[in-house]
Design a protein around this ligand. Structure first.
Ligand code: KIV
Ligand code: NA
Length: 267
C-alpha cells in the first residue's frame, strides 16, 4: 500500500499531532497531500463549495464525486469521506450499503460518520465488514436543526456527559480515530485521555491528538469564520485583486497581449 494506512493513523495516539485538512477537488488535494496525514472529504463541501447553509442537503452522489476527485489528486495521504445526513442513521444495513458504495466508487480508505451514541452499532457493523470508521462527536453539524445552530457543546454537566458518552461509544465500537468538534479545552482533554484512539480536534484545543480545519476557512476564502479558525492566507482579497486586474486589462484591451496570442503561419 503506497498510502498511509489506518495503522499509521491509529498509532499516532499520544505521538506527533496528526495533520488533517478538508479537500474536495483534485488540484487542491494535490497541493495539500505532501503536508497532511489525512485528507477529509467533509460534508462541509455543501457549505463551502455548494453554498448551502447546513450539511443536511448533501447527498451520497456529491460525496462520491468529490471523493473521486480527491483520490485522483492525492497519493500519500489517508483519505476519509464523510457519510452524509440520512445515509447511515436508519440501521446498520443502510450504513453498510452506503459505506461500501463510497469505498468502491471512490477508492478512499475510510468513512466518517457523526456518532451520537446511537451510531455505535453502525460503527461496529462497518468495522467488522472491512470499513474503517472515524467518529465525530461534540458539535455535530448534521444535528444543527436539533441543537438550534452551530454552538459549542458541553455547556453544562448533562451536555458534557453526553459528548463523553458519544466518544466512548465510538471508541468501543471500533472507531480508529474520533473528530472532536466545538468543545472546551478541559472536555477535549478528558475525552483524549478516556479513549485509546487518536482524537482530532476542530475548535477543541491543543489537547487533542491531531487537528483538522476546513481548508477554505484557513485560506481565508470567507470573510467570516468561527473563533477557532486561524487564517493562514487571505484568498478572498487575493482572488478579488486578481479578478479586478483581469477585468481592467480586458476592458482596456491590454489582455490578451502578443505573448498570449497564437501566430500560426500558413503552410
Ligand atoms: O465536514 C467536515 O469538514 C468535517 C470536519 C470539519 C471535521 O466534518
Ligand atoms: Na462533516
Amino acid at each position: 500500500i503506497r498510502r498511509k494506512t489506518v495503522r499509521d493513523i491509529a498509532s499516532a495516539k499520544g505521538g506527533d499531532p496528526l495533520v488533517v485538512l478538508t479537500a474536495y477537488d483534485a488540484p487542491t488535494a494535490e497541493i495539500l497531500d505532501p503536508h497532511c496525514d489525512v485528507l477529509l472529504v467533509g460534508d462541509s463541501v455543501g457549505m463551502v463549495v455548494h453554498g448551502l447553509d447546513t450539511p443536511v442537503a448533501v447527498t451520497m452522489d456529491m460525496m462520491i464525486l468529490h471523493g473521486q476527485a480527491v483520490m485522483r489528486g492525492s497519493s500519500q495521504a489517508f483519505v476519509v469521506v464523510d457519510m452524509p445526513f440520512g445515509s447511515y442513521e436508519t440501521n446498520a444495513d443502510q450504513a453498510f450499503l452506503n459505506a461500501a458504495r463510497i469505498m468502491k466508487e471512490t477508492g478512499c480508505q475510510a468513512v466518517k460518520l457523526e456518532s451520537g451514541a446511537y451510531a455505535a452499532h453502525q460503527i461496529s457493523h462497518l468495522v467488522e465488514r472491512g470499513v474503517p470508521v472515524m467518529g465525530h462527536v461534540g458539535l455535530r453539524p448534521q444535528a444543527v436543526n436539533v441543537t438550534g445552530g452551530f454552538r459549542a457543546q458541553g455547556r453544562n454537566e448533562d451536555e458534557r456527559a453526553r459528548v463523553m458518552k458519544e466518544a466512548k461509544a465510538a471508541e468501543e465500537a471500533g472507531a480508529f480515530a474520533i473528530v472532536v468538534e466545538g468543545v472546551a479545552e478541559d472536555l477535549a482533554e478528558e475525552i483524549t485521555k478516556a479513549v485509546s484512539c487518536p482524537t482530532i480536534g476542530i475548535g477543541a484545543s491543543a489537547a487533542c491528538d491531531g487537528q483538522v480545519l476546513v481548508t477554505q476557512d484557513m485560506l481565508g476564502v470567507f470573510d467570516w469564520v468561527p473563533k477557532f479558525v486561524r487564517k493562514y492566507a487571505d484568498f478572498r482579497t487575493d482572488i478579488g485583486k486578481a479578478v479586478e486586474a483581469y477585468a481592467a486589462d480586458v476592458r482596456a484591451r491590454r489582455f490578451p497581449g502578443a505573448a498570449e496570442t497564437y501566430k500560426l503561419t500558413k503552410q
